[in-house]
Write a protein that binds this ligand. Sequence first.
Ligand code: ADP
Length: 535
Amino acid sequence: MTRLATRLAGLHRRLLFAEEHDPAMVQTVFGAMFVADLLLRKAGGSSMGLASWPMAGLGVVAATTVAAFTVPWRRVPPWAIGVVPTVDILALGLSRMDAAGSAAGVLAVVPALWLGRQYGRSGALVVLLATTLLLALPGLAYLGVSGATLARTVLIPPVATWAALAISYAIERVRASLEVIEHQRRVSQAIFDTVDVGLLLLDRDGGYEGMNRRHAEFMRLAYPDGHSGRAGELGAVYDATGARELAREEMPTYRASRGEEFEDVRMWIGRDPLTRRALSVSARRVENDAGQLAGASLAYKDVTDYMKALRVKDEFVASVSHELRTPLTSIVGYVNILLERDDLPPDVVAQLEVVARNTGRLHRLVADLLHTARTDEGQLPVVRTPIDLAAIVRDCVAAVASTAARNGVTVELEGPESLVVLADEERMGQVVDNLVSNAVKYTLAGGRVHVQLGIDGDRAELCVTDTGIGIAPADRDRLFTRFFRSRQAQERSIQGVGLGLSITKSIVESHGGRIEVTSELDTGSVFRVRLPLRP
Ligand code: ADP
């Protein structure tokens, strides 16, 4: 039933609203109605013979129908098509010249709609004239003017004209709306093409639905040999370091086609080092009314200059920190030698201790910067030997004891006597040191820090819990980003540069481990590190 309704609606659209009007089709429908009317009248008792006016009308309709099928309408001038419906009205006029029945007047609506659709208001004028002169007047002349014949005839011209006007108005409205839509489409396309960001639309099955000019440029760089138009195709697309080709599952288009949303995924495209570009990709799901995945939109931002600037900055930081390290080591050494002397006056010792403390801080900072720069270059040497993690944790807790006591923070340690893991001793010292010293640093007087070491299956687990200032949920994901410092830390003027946690994370991950944080603002934080005992 619904199928039939859809078909009928489709036919109706093709008859009345199709851009390309098909005279043969409309004429066939009219001819069929005309014949049906004659048959019904015959069945109703009309005695029309072969030489009657209605039969002449039938002949005219047959002629126009043949013409509708045979004339090459595309090649004739536009006004010529109007001859067919006008002649149809004449055929109706002839058909009504029959004493037994003249109901065919209602069929005038079909050529009227046709003329109105084809020529707008001028078409309606033709309808008015044709229905009056070719249909109404001959009918009245044949049947004679009486109450009954007037009633059946007079209304035909205005009704047919009204139908023609109505459809011409509807078509005008449709055309105006189409023009607005087309204009908006052009504006959107212009904006789409003007923005300096590559835009790509995927359909529900991961097919490429559309892209702007900028993205077409990126495509030429990433797929010099062409692209199939499906998400996840491999090409000259590399990871954020630019060294490794992306696998299918890592491709932003593939991930987006699976309904994943993401932000700022960095990658490089292009094989030639001189022309390759760095892109930052974001993706959003497109959903239908039922909330199901209907496609995805992706935005590709060119971040080549930014990535190059970052590299230059990192190289600069690496070389400066390297240059600073040597003189600093010598200062630390000489200050320590001086502090070992027992002939110095107490005020000089106090001043030297200040120098030693600050040089120590500077030394750590330079070491952190150097570490960060090396991680970027992918050269973080990890020397794994069996080390006692329990001893490292004990040493760290002992080292922060005096600072903790000065700040009024209690530090507790819970763990085994010894816990051997295969890891880099110096770097593990850095991890424990960063976490424990942070816990003390970000905990206010009267607070508590609990350091717990244990084994969970085949992993060592270090848990540093504090009752400190905590971390806001929005900050939690950014904690491990370089130079990130929470608003709370800055407001309280707690010293730091925001490198410790990013370094900690890179060390833990280079050992095959994981670091997690749970925290609540003004309540405290828990940093948990899990390391494989034997990677
Ligand atoms: P730094 O301590 O030098 O600022 P980190 O990388 O160690 O750098 O830490 C980054 C940021 O994470 C800190 O600035 C602070 O805002 C937050 N943070 C780290 N540890 C804690 C903690 N235990 N409690 C609350 N905030 C913390």
